[in-house]
Design a protein around this ligand. Structure first.
Ligand code: FES
Ligand SMILES: [Fe+2]
Length: 415
């Protein structure tokens, strides 16, 4: 349970709030690189309750600007993209990819251009994503996750939006206890290649071991099968919104990043990577189930469908637990059911231990951010080395030692 004040601290991302300031200290995955064609249409991007526009010049360089023109405030998304400049169609002011104003046809004295500052933001591209730094001053070390070194052949980022506050989306990523319940239709499917997942079914009280890390937190959730084997899932959480989700050696690497668009809308990235084969040959079934073709918002056609098509007949006939088709949309239906959860009215139990620690970790980092302390610990963090695990292990295995060894092996054989 949180106080109303704590709940607001962790959910309100409007400009001026501590959460807004904290998020602005990070590199934020904003849109897919492929969404921006050289000389093509600029794209609107909303992040942290603020509006931006992104464009790619003919030279390939990406510009990331405030959406509104600093002259009289109309949208630069209407603008002309030519000559590596975005030009407002109202009075023709032009901006380069760094946000510098380079031309003002309405002014005799072009030196007025130099007075117009603060329109552009720093960007990087990696792993098929345009990452933006929306804060002031120098950005932190880039969060160079392993997939950011790969091309589209081996890394596939898929973006989508849901109409819920970012925090409940992140909480779901750390909530191992819901997997065997909400996602029962999938975990109970005996034909699944991920044999370990079946050990989740009917085993809904994982034992958590949580370790603080420079980047955030490592969460071990262990389920006993009652025989000689246990099922271990290790999730790596990178504050504030990234979680590496456990997979087996045979599966692709997988992480999810949650970004606040505004207080009741989230951008979610589902990112898969595999260095050993083309990623499209090794996408998990659930990744595409029920989704649109577009990787820029794969949930678009499902939004507005009441309860994501929950099938009451299938529920009554015990053919489906949630009635919602698809793992991803089960999570979305839950998140959107109450767009900002009232955490003053919760009863948290032992199955929610990871959630409690997650909130504590975020509150501490927000406090550090406000105090001007190092709230990211980016220099101390080896982002590139992060992996997660899903493994069947002999009962009584030392899970920390096992995990360290396994992560080393995986890094060596599967970059
Ligand atoms: S509003 Fe953009 S140039 Fe006037
Ligand atoms: Fe889930």
């Amino acid at each position: 349970m949180l106080t109303a004040e704590q709940n607001r601290l962790l959910t309100d991302v409007a400009p001026g709030t501590p959460l807004h300031n904290y998020w602005k200290k990070q590199w934020i995955p904003a849109l897919r690189s492929e969404a921006l064609k050289p000389g093509g249409a600029p794209q609107k991007v909303e992040l942290l309750c603020e509006k931006y526009v992104a464009f790619r010049g003919d030279d390939g360089k990406v510009g990331f600007l405030y959406e509104t023109c600093p002259h009289r405030g109309i949208s630069l998304a209407l603008g002309r993209n030519e000559g590596n400049r975005l030009t407002c169609i109202f009075h023709g002011w032009s901006f380069d990819a760094d946000g510098n104003c380079t031309r003002m046809p309405t002014e005799k004295d072009q030196s007025f251009c130099q007075k117009v500052k603060g329109q552009g933001f720093k960007v990087r591209e990696g792993g098929g994503i345009v990452w933006a730094y929306l804060g002031e001053g120098q950005p932190p070390k880039f969060c160079d996750y392993a997939f950011t070194y790969l091309t589209r052949e081996h890394a596939r980022p898929r973006a989508s939006y849901n109409e819920a506050n970012w925090l409940q989306n992140v909480e779901t990523l750390l909530d191992s206890a819901h997997i065997g319940l909400l996602h029962h239709d999938t975990t109970a499917d005996a034909s699944l290649p991920q044999a370990g997942l079946q050990l989740v079914t009917g085993n809904d009280t994982p034992k958590y071991t949580l370790e603080q890390r420079s980047y955030g937190m490592r969460s071990y959730s262990l389920r006993s099968s009652g025989s000689e084997n246990d099922y271990l899932r290790v999730t790596e959480f990178v504050a504030p919104g990234t979680a590496f989700i456990g997979t087996t050696d045979a599966e692709a690497g997988f992480l999810i990043i949650v970004v606040p668009v505004n207080n009741t809308r989230s951008l979610q990235w589902y990112i898969y990577w595999d260095t050993r084969q083309p990623i499209d040959n090794n996408l998990p079934d659930f990744a595409l189930l029920g989704t649109d073709d577009s990787d820029d918002n794969f949930a678009a056609s499902r939004q507005g469908t009441p309860n994501y098509g929950q099938d009451r007949e299938a529920m009554r006939a015990s053919k489906s637990w949630s009635g919602v088709p698809g793992v991803i949309f089960e999570d979305y239906a839950v998140a959107e059911s109450i767009p900002i959860v009232d955490r003053t009215r919760e009863f948290l139990g032992s199955g929610d231990l990871a959630i409690v620690r997650l909130r504590r970790e975020l509150m501490e980092r927000i406090r550090q951010s406000e105090a001007g302390e190092d709230c990211l610990q980016a220099e101390a963090s080896d982002y590139r080395a992060l992996r997660a695990l899903a493994e069947i292990i002999p009962t009584n295995t030392n899970i920390q030692e096992f995990t360290e060894q396994k992560l080393q092996d995986r890094k060596a054989s599967f970059a």
